[in-house]
Design a protein around this ligand. Structure first.
Ligand SMILES: Cc1ncc(COP(=O)(O)O)c(C=O)c1O
Length: 358
């Protein structure tokens, strides 16, 4: 069976060249005499892989020595709790911007640890937009301000970095990490599960500014203490996932880095939103000023037609277009590795479907 057009929201499509390279190395990695999965995580071979992954991340994002680059486990979902455990001291409040299901989960976990203030939300509009920064109302001295840069389920995305934060900004960037350049200035920490834009499931990239890290106090459970992971390789890391991430990072660099990803992603998003906006048959669910370039969500005239659309698309080799179960409709996830030709195939299918059903 051949590879089809994959619009999966996550785990998402990976670059074919990366998969091919991994395939070639599956039995024997370099001079190791075994695969990368079968050798020590303290071996020179794995150490070189993780060093290269760190180096590529640093170069792509412009991270200097003032940043820790960690490869952790437990998904972005564990970060929701770990972040608050490390950075939300008793008696202080953390501010959260609630832009959808993942923000809500981050808020719920932080509340287990301490005080949370919701500085802004678009819940009243079913999360169809990002509340403008000028409308946020902060608590008096927040420990940090947390945002979700891209809302995977509702198809909205911050169009720019909120630079005027009153406290270090923390970003769950799981679904748009490395999809465009970033202004690092306001950020204290950025975290992202790998399985959408930068690799397979199993590793979470966590970037922490060293000066922010100094705020962590007291004795924490070892595995949940960022200081432990920053200091040394404490336990067995997700070796294969990190190895794949390193390959994807090299691919991003070869494709022109973050400016290259931005151009690539804008071309796909423009093509798809352009088709959605062409007639009234398709209706985008996110407000135009908040549209995501990663997860494009839209509706058809009826739920029956949406079901037909999804099954017809599958027959044509267009996979995973069903919207999240909590949102309904159609969702096309067009992460970094998704090719323009896949989006063109989807747009052609949309035109054909409208001709027959519109
Ligand atoms: C924005 C965002 N945050 C967090 C998560 C949860 O990530 P994980 O499954 O790695 O815990 C997801 C997963 O889809 C997501 O899209």
């Amino acid at each position: 069976m051949k590879r089809l057009h994959n619009f999966s929201a996550g785990p998402g499509a990976l670059p074919v060249s990366v998969l091919e390279e991994a395939q070639q190395e599956m039995l024997v990695y370099g001079g190791a005499g075994a695969s990368i999965m079968e050798i020590s995580h303290r071996s020179p071979e794995y150490t070189a892989v993780v060093d290269s992954a760190r180096q590529h991340l640093a170069t792509l994002l412009g991270l200097g020595d003032e940043w820790h680059i960690l490869f952790l486990q437990g998904g972005a979902s564990l970060q929701f709790y770990q972040l608050a455990l490390n950075f939300l001291p008793a008696g202080q409040t953390a501010d959260y911007v609630n832009t959808g299901s993942w923000s809500k989960k981050a808020i719920a976990e932080a509340r287990r640890v301490g005080n949370v203030h919701v500085a802004a939300t678009s819940a009243e509009d079913n999360f169809s937009h990002i509340p403008p920064v000028s409308s946020w109302s902060h608590s008096s001295d927040p420990a940090y301000v947390h945002i979700t840069s891209n809302n995977t389920i509702f198809g909205t995305q911050f169009q720019e970095d909120p630079v005027s934060s009153p406290a270090p900004l923390i970003c769950d960037a799981s679904s748009d990490f490395l999809s465009r350049p970033l202004d690092l200035a306001p950020y204290g920490m950025i975290y992202a599960g790998a399985q959408k834009n930068i690799g397979p499931a199993g590793v979470t990239v966590v970037l922490i500014r060293k000066s922010f890290m100094e705020r962590i106090k007291g004795d924490l459970p070892t595995m949940l203490d960022y200081r432990v992971h920053a200091e040394k390789l404490f336990n067995t890391p997700p070796v294969f996932a990190v190895y794949m991430v390193e390959k994807v990072l090299r691919w991003v660099a070869e494709e022109g880095g973050l400016m290259g990803m931005k151009a690539r992603n804008e071309a796909k998003a423009d093509l798809l939103y352009g088709r959605i906006d062409q007639t009234d048959f398709y209706r985008g669910t996110a407000e135009k000023g908040s549209r995501s370039k990663m997860n494009v969500t839209f509706r058809l005239p009826s739920e029956e037609m949406e079901a037909e659309f999804i099954s017809g698309a599958k027959t044509e080799g267009l996979l995973a277009l069903k919207g999240h179960r909590s949102a309904g409709g159609i969702r096309a996830s067009i992460y970094n590795a998704c090719e323009l030709s896949s989006v063109q195939a989807l747009v052609d299918f949309m035109s054909d479907f409208e001709r027959k059903n519109g």
